[in-house]
Write a protein that binds this ligand. Structure first.
Ligand SMILES: [Zn+2]
Length: 113
């Protein structure tokens, strides 16, 4: 191999090494992106499972347990049986509020009263 040929080979090898560095950088970035995506996917899957359980629980919600009105929010989100506290508004409508999660509802007075 002549001197010129050897220099050409060495130049090409060096160029390939530089290209390889760029490719390695790309591999690292793509691997990191994939790891991040898998993590996001797992987070979404966990939330989805919880949402499905909440949806299932919503079917079993009982508005009243032993005369006490129940908070639907606590039941659906946390599977807790929390009775609502009752307040009265100026217009004599009933306000039912949950002391745990803050969920509240106003029930208009009945026409019968
Ligand atoms: Zn609640």
């Amino acid at each position: 191999m002549g001197k010129h040929q050897k220099m050409t080979d060495e130049t090409l090898a060096a160029a390939a090494q530089n290209l390889a560095l760029a490719v390695q950088n790309n591999v690292d970035n793509l691997e990191a992106a994939l790891v991040k995506l898998e993590s996001e996917k797992q987070k979404i899957k966990t939330k989805l499972d919880a949402a499905r359980r909440a949806l299932k629980r919503s079917l079993d919600f009982q508005p009243r347990i032993v005369k006490l009105l129940q908070c639907p929010s606590c039941w659906i989100r946390g599977n807790d049986k929390v009775p609502l506290s009752q307040f009265s508004s100026a217009k004599h409508a009933d306000i039912h509020k949950c002391r745990i999660c803050g969920w509240a509802i106003v029930v208009a007075p009945s026409d019968e009263l």
